[in-house]
Design a protein. Sequence first.
Length: 231
Amino acid sequence: MSSKAKILYVEDDEALSYVTRENLELRGFEIDYSNNGEDALQKSLKNRYDICLLDVMLPKLDGYTLAVKIRERDENVPIIFLTAKSAKEDKIQGLKLGADDYITKPFSIEELVLKIEVFLRRSQKTPTNRTPNYTNLGKYNFDYPGQLLKYESQSTKLTYKETELLLFLIKADGTVVRREEILEQLWSDNSYFAGRSLDVFISRLRKYLKDDPNIILENIHGVGFRLIVEI
């Protein structure tokens, strides 16, 4: 899998970028490197990537703005921020802008590789007989392989993580899904900040499903979430 994975890596710290690139290439990844946001944007317009690793504090074009522009062109590619900013507000801002995850500097190569491989496995999943291609959800139609949520003539393109989270909740069939279970299965992380990330994605799904008042994405305080379709 990783031998064919093409990664856009954007980092202006020369020493850190050299070590990171060398280690990722030794593990078989193909790295397309930029040391500033504008150059990275041009690369993203010309190429397709399996995953994007973006520093936040970049010259010429910051990582947040770069992520928004990448998302405008490709709604599916996983984006991971590599950031020295540890404040929870900064991390939540990145997630709201369309990032899928973040790693706080300094990080270990093992941690970075683990997150990369988790996203690559998810992006290459194919639906099985237990996962129908299309699922009716109230007035919506959920196209799992196409990562689409359709309402009347409108379609919303979902990211990988949004798609997997919605499927996870649908499969629970109206029962409560514990926060810990979601985080362990979809985030591979049960930390405080992963929990805040989950809250951001739950808010996104509520926004997508707001046109059908019979669909309730319920927060069971201190326990988890339940997706209900009232009849």
